[in-house]
Design a protein around this ligand. Structure first.
Ligand code: 5GP
Ligand code: MN
Length: 315
């Protein structure tokens, strides 16, 4: 699997790394680790993403060098991480380089790369990179162990989701041995809200409603609230996971909307495949238990439409 990757990168000098819109812990951590690896081989590397690094991941060493300035240069290879399709990158990558490596764990990955390393059994793209380093006997420094730990911690929902296996815990144990400080990382990611950010979360909690006889739970964020409170979009990250925490709820959804479009973060407890539901909307997709889609409608219409789909699925 990695032979093709080695072949792709050998004798190449200039690399661009990028990931999906609205960066999460896995996309930030994976990019830090891949950047370190390519630089350790003497390559020139630029990390570019449409969106900036969310405040809670900015402490990760290496994140400070991520750029949001669209690169005008040409590169030899683009490495796309944790991104199921090119649309999710949010920018026109095709002209940036003649070759592309696609490393991801989403099962709906469209294999858009010249080389595709897609393992949908991996809990995180960070796990795929960890395995690569381990198989190759690469001795990575503590800040890379920390980045990979953060990637896995966040994509397993803090070791709560069904992708939390004994294997993933063993991997994290090794990352801790290699220098990842588990309690410090927990505090920075889950317990360092800005005052406005936590206030925003309280307002989102207040929108909680049940539907379809209690099988569906929703929470809402009108994006105008961000300006009102001086909070950031990324302050709401993780809230979607709470929509699935009440007994009897089978599907949870968190809707972020403006006047023209509504983005749904869908969650399931494992009985309903929300990735398949998200795929019913153009551009939508994701995993079995966590997925998302954007309906190009104002909130009321988009919400009724989604409830109609869910009514059909839940019977
Ligand atoms: P979240 O709800 O946390 O933003 O995303 C949950 C999962 O669904 C992630 O794996 C993410 O990549 C995927 N996802 C979220 N929104 C979209 C979307 O609009 N399109 C696709 N294809 N996947 C999405
Ligand atoms: Mn991921």
């Amino acid at each position: 699997m990695w032979n093709d990757f080695h072949e792709l990168i050998s004798n190449k000098k200039r690399f661009l790394i990028s990931s999906h819109l609205s960066l999460d812990g896995d996309s930030v951590g994976s990019q830090i680790a891949m950047r370190w690896y390519l630089e350790s081989l003497g390559k020139e590397v630029v990390v570019y993403n449409c969106d900036s690094v969310p405040r809670k991941f900015a402490f990760l060493s290496g994140a400070e060098s991520f750029s949001t300035q669209i690169p005008e240069d040409r590169f030899d290879v683009v490495v796309v991480l944790d991104c199921s399709n090119l649309h999710r990158l949010g920018w026109e990558v095709a002209t940036a380089a003649p070759l592309m490596a696609n490393i991801d764990h989403h099962r709906d990955n469209t294999c858009f790369g010249s080389v595709n390393i897609v393992d949908n059994h991996a809990a995180a793209t960070g796990e795929i990179i960890y395995r690569f380093f381990t198989e190759e006997g690469i001795n990575y420094p503590p800040f890379v162990a920390e980045a990979l730990y953060a990637a896995i911690l966040t994509d397993t929902g803090g070791f709560r989701f069904s992708n939390t296996s004994s294997t993933i815990l063993k991997i994290c144990s090794e990352l801790a041995d290699r220098g990842a400080d588990c309690s410090a990382i927990y505090e920075r990611i889950y317990a360092s809200h800005s005052p406005e950010g936590l206030l925003l979360q309280s307002r989102i909690w207040a929108t909680l409603r049940y539907h379809l006889g209690g099988k569906v739970c929703s929470m809402e964020l009108p994006l105008s609230l961000l300006d009102e409170l001086g909070a950031r979009y990324s302050d709401s990250e993780g809230m979607a996971d709470f929509t699935i925490t009440a007994e009897g709820v089978e599907v949870g959804m968190m809707i972020k909307y403006n006047d023209t479009e509504s983005h749904f973060s869908l969650r399931s407890k494992g009985t309903i495949d929300v990735g398949r539901i998200a795929q019913k909307i153009p551009g939508g997709g994701g995993h079995f238990s966590a997925a998302g889609c954007t309906i190009e409608q104002p909130f009321d219409r988009a919400f009724s439409y989604m409830l109609e789909i869910l009514a059909g699925e839940l019977g």
